[in-house]
Design a protein around this ligand. Structure first.
Ligand SMILES: [Zn+2]
Length: 434
């Protein structure tokens, strides 16, 4: 039976969900309202796709910024809001310039440029006249104060992660918040300025999109304290793109009270939260991940499957990737790391969690046996446990999970790509340049 407090919590839950959804929906509107002049008026012959391409805005971002439900119906004269921070910049007209010559110089449509600037394509401009441009997508350097934002992902797919990098000119503490939670961005590299000799600190971090995050634009808020003591803040839009996940219907046997089951899971999540929310460990890895099992182990349930328990009584999503393998199969560390936890848990069974540094963790559940102990350092390819079926499991398998700042994302893309994309690319360029 539920206690009075638990019943009260159950009643509050729908209200909290409603508020969270409303906040997420209202956020882009608020951002747009800050700059009402950033609009585009739909012309005859326009399509959303052509507008997006010409203005250099990802299609989904334009759709989300305008809450368009039917992307095929546009009215001539309709006013579209342009998402804030989209590589917008101003150039100054030179003597003899028209909108047409500026458009040609920047590879843009003269008509669109004219509409953006409330003029016509052939109109003469006076030298020094500011003309607003929208640059094509890609890394967007947006300097503000002592911070130069080198790269912010424009789009992050549900259940995946983007990479954020910022250069800082003086020692300061940079805070980044996204979708209501702090991101564990941290200094990852210190470089000497080639010309000035000044030291530049590169901050890096992930932008993980939970699969529970509804598609839409979520402002990424970066802030630091200026020498004057004033907090300097910059907001950048990041669009979460939806992804179709399979739905699995699960009926728990009548002897298992579904809500009690859910409560046990939540309690275990709460217990693990401080373990995988830590960001203080130095980066332990650089290379793409190895598979934790021999490549022939088949996937039995991929990441992100939406699980509907007892016909809608509650929903959960699969936070990892399941591989079938005979009991006793050796599980290998996919990358260097430090063992953050190795102990039996109620739902997950015998579990191992590896801390790979800077807020990135991997988890291994339902093991027969853990071969490592908390605090031990492991290297990629080291045995860490044996496949089993402990905890809430119906047969021998490995559940492999990847968490960033506590948020579960799909571990599979990490097998193919280096984990620090920009840093690795720079190192490679440095090596070939020498
Ligand atoms: Zn699983």
């Amino acid at each position: 039976m539920l206690t009075a407090r638990q019943r009260a919590l159950c009643r509050l839950l729908p209200l909290c969900l409603f508020l969270a959804v409303m906040l997420a929906v209202l956020q882009p509107d608020r951002a747009a309202a800050q700059s009402p002049d950033e609009t585009y008026v739909v012309q005859s012959g326009d399509t959303l796709a052509s507008i997006a391409a010409d203005l250099g805005i990802p299609f989904e971002v334009l759709v989300a910024a305008n809450h368009l439900s039917d992307i095929n119906s546009l009215d001539v004269g309709q006013v579209l809001l342009l998402p804030q921070g989209f590589g917008r910049r101003t150039v100054i007209a030179r003597p003899g310039d028209t909108v047409q010559t500026i458009a040609r110089r920047h590879g843009l449509s003269a008509l669109r440029l004219a509409i953006l600037n409330h003029t016509n394509p052939t109109a003469r401009l006076f030298p020094g006249q500011p003309i607003r441009l929208l640059r094509a997508t890609g890394p967007r350097p947006v300097p503000f104060g002592s911070v130069e934002v080198v790269s912010v992902p424009a789009v992050v797919v549900q259940g995946r992660a983007g990479w954020l990098e910022a250069e800082v000119e003086r020692p300061l503490s940079l805070d980044v918040e996204w979708s209501g939670a702090p991101l564990g961005i941290r200094p990852i590299e210190i470089r000497g300025g080639e010309e000035t000799g000044d030291m530049v600190t590169v901050w890096g971090g992930y932008v993980p999109a939970s699969v529970a995050l509804e598609p839409g634009v979520y402002p990424l808020i970066m802030s630091y304290e200026a020498t004057t003591g004033v907090t300097v803040t910059r907001s950048l839009p990041v669009y979460v793109q939806g992804r179709a996940f399979p739905i699995q219907n699960i009926n728990l046997p009548p002897d298992k009270n579904a809500l009690v089951e859910q409560e046990i899971s939540l309690k275990e999540d709460e217990y693990l939260s401080p373990v995988w929310s830590r960001t203080s460990t130095a980066i332990q890895w650089r290379k793409p991940f190895l598979l934790p099992l021999p490549a022939e182990a088949p996937t039995t349930s991929p990441f992100g499957v939406r699980r509907n328990y007892n016909a809608g009584q509650f929903f959960a999503f699969h936070t990892g990737q399941d591989f079938a393998a005979p009991g006793g199969t050796v599980v290998l560390a996919p990358a260097d790391g430090i063992v953050a936890l190795a102990e039996p848990l109620t739902v997950r069974g015998i579990s191992v969690i590896l801390d790979h540094g800077a807020g990135l963790f991997t988890g291994y559940w339902h093991l027969q046996e853990a071969l490592v102990a908390a605090g031990e350092a492991v290297q990629a390819g080291d045995p860490i446990g044996l496949v089993g079926t402990t905890g809430r499991s119906t047969g021998a398998h490995l559940h492999w999970e990847l968490r960033m700042y506590g948020i579960a994302v799909d571990p599979m893309p990490f097998l193919a790509q280096p984990l620090l994309p920009l840093l690795t690319a720079r190192e490679e360029a440095d090596q070939t340049g020498r």
